[in-house]
Design a protein. Sequence first.
Length: 232
Amino acid sequence: MPGSDDHGWLRRISPQVNFLWRGWFTPRYVEPLRRIYDHELVIVEHGACTVTIAGVEHFLDAGSFLVVPPGTEHVTVAGEEQVLRTCVHFDWEWVHDQPPLPMWTYAPAKASTRLVRPAPAWVPRGELGGRISEPPEIGRLIEALLRRWGDPQLQPSARALFLELLVRLIACQPAIGSPLPGRQALAAAVREALDRSLAEPVSVQDLLSGFDCTYEHANRTFKAVFGLTPVR
């Protein structure tokens, strides 16, 4: 793994695994268009598929991976042969006392802005994905992760294996940029303010009036980043 500080942010990951599965897609299968509320790690082990996120196509064949961000529409289309994928829904940080939440909303239903859980500010923005540099070791980690997740007694320790899986996958990729440029920082701050004010009788416009910008600018920025307008 590279020793560069470009990947120093990986030391801050303390993941929460929300759901994982491994399964086959039949040739040319189309997974319904949806928006997810957490992040999803997609690992392709056999075959190939195209994952389209907010209109941008990402081709994944065997031995590649991609992290799908929350709050953006995405759809997956299998190639000309069967596709085997392992998918993990997760948050970058442990979320204490999190109530059961839906993980996605299928189009054309309207997704809930309030449920979107963006990455922390220290996670670099950009495409997280690429080729798997250690296929045998990654395969062993996936098998062990699935076994632990399926055992109620061992399931809490699945977080440790998933952390190792994330670090091994991402650390061998080129650096993807600096953490949270201004636009994403503003959108994340709006999201946090919405979360904190759930029990308060205050309008979104009044809530955003405390930011060092106009309400209209904060509203446009939030929609540009998350694809939804800020609502309570």
